[in-house]
Design a protein around this ligand. Structure first.
Ligand code: FMN
Ligand code: SF4
Length: 434
């Protein structure tokens, strides 16, 4: 891992021959974390994860150990691993599922043992055909190896693990929509409260939902201890994290880096990482953490990849995707593309999201294609404000899930940073970048 001395934790085995197979996994220490975990008391594993300060890697950044501690006492309890990853420009879980499925399975088993789950599920985006093939084969191998099923490694602990393919909806990544989908229903996010599936989740039972990358950290944490993990990074932003870097960079890819010790500038410009902006062009702006996140400009390049620092600056690390936009980018088109995605993926239950997203899509299209008027800028702000009143960050909650209130981010970012570009589209009757 470049730039700091931190070890690669979740990507260590990637790139090796047949890294997805059981022999390759065992040859590199695979399932030793699970073997150790099964000799520990479940509550001691949770204590290690709490000490590690492992933050969820799915988007919200909630502390994993804290979430496990909130699991209601009713039984049976379930564990659901979220591998839906349908957010544009986020492609880290896809890589882990294809390249190191046994690591996810091992982490899932450790978590299931720690929380006392009766059964575990890994929900994988349906389009990940190769990933589902490899993960399913790995689950079969793990059953034969005695790592899943009855009396795992002779410990007395038993667990079944099911791989469940999604059916092509971004909204099924939202944890309560995912649970609906797992139950065989339409993937609609559930009304809150209850706020957490840990209280009432799958089949109305206590359920932990954690992301694929979150699970992948667990074998290392069990083997090395929570304190060792917490010693990497700074404060709450502990350990390492994969960032999916894309857009106008020379070396778009997934990079695992030490949190907080590496900045956006390092990620984008370091020769071992992004390698700089394509064709030597100037950086215009970047998305710091998934397409729901407010954008940053070049003045924020020295911000560390730290969850709280980015939050304080008015955005988020979110799903860990960083999208670079160079000086040739039309910011109206960029914001419109993101808005169109959210509008199409809205499940339609809430009026601000369903209708507001459609309005924004239409007005942005009008401006980009040359039929915009100056009053459209006020209209955009007005509609955004109706979806997320006050236009603050994090956004006010007006809807069942946070997809709706996230829609305005790209438009308000583009308007705040590049208002002149909108006016130029309107004045010239078309896109100046076309
Ligand atoms: C619209 C929407 C889509 C989401 N998609 C994903 C996803 O694909 N993968 C994921 O892990 N979390 C996704 N999340 C976050 C999950 O709801 C949940 O917070 C996460 O799976 C919890 O895991 P973690 O605590 O390990 O991060 C999404 C949330 C929303 C609102
Ligand atoms: S905010 Fe949008 S996606 Fe979320 S529940 Fe409401 S309509 Fe569905």
């Amino acid at each position: 891992m470049p730039l700091t001395d931190a070890p690669a934790i979740v990507t260590a085995r990637l790139g090796g021959p047949e890294s997805w197979s059981l022999p390759a996994y065992l040859a590199r220490g695979g399932y030793q974390g699970l073997r150790k975990a099964l000799t520990m008391k479940p509550e001691d594993i949770t204590a290690e994860v709490l000490a590690s300060s492992l933050l969820g890697r799915g988007g919200a950044g909630f502390e994993a150990g804290k979430k496990w501690s909130m699991l209601a006492k009713a039984r049976p309890a379930y564990l659901v691993v979220n591998g839906d990853e349908s957010e544009p420009c986020t492609f880290k879980d896809h890589m882990l599922i294809e390249g190191d499925p046994h690591q996810i399975i091992e982490g899932t088993l450790i978590c299931a043992y720690a929380i006392g789950a009766a059964q575990a599920f890994i929900f994988v985006r349906g389009e990940f055909a190769l990933g589902i093939e490899r993960l399913t084969a790995a689950v079969d191998e793990a059953y034969r190896h005695g790592a899943i099923g009855n009396d795992i490694f002779g410990s007395g602990f038993s667990l079944d693990l099911v791989v469940h393919p999604g059916a092509g909806a971004y909204i099924c990544g939202e944890e309560t929509a995912l649970l609906e989908s797992l139950e065989g229903k339409r993937g609609y996010p559930r009304e809150k409260p209850p706020w957490f599936p840990a209280v009432k989740g799958l089949y109305a039972q206590p359920t932990i939902v954690n992301n694929v990358e979150t699970m992948s950290n667990l074998p290392w944490i069990v083997l090395n201890g929570g304190a060792e993990f917490a010693a990497l990074g700074v404060g709450r932003s502990a350990g390492t994290r994969i960032f999916s870097l894309s857009g106008h960079v020379n070396r778009p890819a997934n990079y695992e880096v030490e949190m907080s010790k590496v900045t956006f500038r390092d990620l984008i410009y370091d020769p071992a990482l992004g390698g700089g902006v394509r064709n030597g062009a100037q950086l215009k702006a970047f998305v710091p953490g998934g397409v729901s996140a407010p954008w940053f400009g070049p003045d924020q390049l020295d911000m560390p990849l730290d969850q709280d620092a980015v939050g304080k600056a008015g955005s988020m690390l979110g799903s860990g995707s960083v999208v670079v936009m160079d000086e040739t980018t039309c910011m109206v088109r960029a914001a419109w593309r993101i808005t169109r995605f959210f509008h199409r993926e809205s499940c339609g239950q809430c009026t601000p999201c369903r209708e507001g997203g459609g309005w924004l899509d239409k007005v942005m299209r009008r401006i980009e294609t040359g039929a915009g008027r100056e009053s459209d800028l006020e209209l955009l702000i007005d509609v955004c404000d109706n979806i997320a009143p006050g236009l603050r960050w994090p956004p006010a909650k007006t809807t069942i899930c946070v997809l709706g209130p996230s829609i305005p981010s790209s438009i308000t970012s583009a308007l705040n940073m590049f208002r002149d570009e909108f006016l130029l589209h309107i004045k010239e009757g078309g896109c100046p970048f076309a």
